[in-house]
Design a protein around this ligand. Structure first.
Ligand code: KIV
Ligand code: NA
Length: 264
């Protein structure tokens, strides 16, 4: 099947169809999600707290994320591969953002990058797009700013909806090819989607966005603990792996494995 390109996502917005996005951080997930027809794979900075064992997305570095991105991009045959620019790798200046974005396309083999932030980052987006780095904008709840925002809180409620609309319009005008919204009331997200010509993606943002995204370990039930309200679990991989590992351990200890069929 033909590669998913940015213009296909834009076509979806025009035609009123939807596309799906999932995070991926390694070869097999990239291979499976790509074969499943997921249009966009995000090498999220959520690798920080889903791969590297951190509590938040803040500690992950460019050098940690680049090899994961390379693995996903090398494996995916069809999906558009988008990489998050980690906290601290683009905020200082447009020059810093261009340099980091170029690294993700050159060394990470990503097709596009994502940065968090509102209208303030419009000049940054413009510089990156000018340099040949396609940018997805991430507004609403932006996890890299969790300390500044005072925790995981819904953004764009009531009068604050206007701010999100202004952010989205400014970022789209600056050349962002897509606007992702996290933890935004469905009504606000619909208003944002209506205000811009570019496709939108939602996570906890209702169903009126062009696309939807979830962290794959949440979607597939690999992660334990409390799930956010916006997560739907489509599998219970945690139980599957727990049972497999437990059975293997018991077989080894009891001498059931390896059997004659596994021996030379
Ligand atoms: O890092 C991430 O996984 C994300 C999304 C879930 C939007 O940014
Ligand atoms: Na992210």
């Amino acid at each position: 099947p033909a590669k998913v390109r940015i213009h296909h996502l834009q076509q979806a917005k025009r035609e009123g169809t939807r596309f799906a996005m999932l995070t991926a951080y390694d070869q097999y997930t990239a291979e499976i999600f790509d074969a499943a027809g997921i249009e966009v794979l995000l090498v999220g900075d959520s690798a920080s707290n889903n791969v590297f064992g951190n509590e938040t997305s803040l500690p992950v570095t460019v050098d940690e994320l680049l090899p994961l991105c390379r693995a996903v991009a090398r494996t995916a045959k069809r999906a558009l591969v988008v990489a998050d620019l980690p906290f601290g790798s683009y905020e200082v200046s447009a020059e810093q953002a261009v340099a980091t974005g170029v690294r993700f396309l050159k060394e990470g083999l990503a097709h596009a990058v994502k940065i968090e932030g509102g209208a303030f980052y419009a000049p940054t987006v413009r510089a990156m797009v000018q340099a040949g780095v396609p940018v997805m904008a991430h507004i609403g709840f932006t996890p890299q700013s969790e300390h500044a925002l005072g925790g995981y809180r819904v953004q764009g409620r009531g009068d604050d909806a206007r701010r999100l609309i202004d952010d989205a319009v400014a970022l789209a005008d600056a050349g962002a090819f897509c606007v992702l919204m996290e933890m935004v009331p469905a009504e606000t997200a619909a208003a944002v989607d209506a205000a811009v010509d570019v496709p939108t993606v939602g996570i906890g943002a209702g169903k009126e966005t062009t696309g939807q995204v979830l962290v794959w370990q949440d979607m597939a039930g690999l992660r334990g603990g409390r799930m956010a309200k916006f997560v739907k679990q489509y599998a219970d991989l945690r139980s599957t792996l727990m049972e497999a590992a437990t059975a293997y351990g018991e077989d080894v200890r009891s001498g059931q494995f390896p059997g004659p069929e596994h021996s030379f």
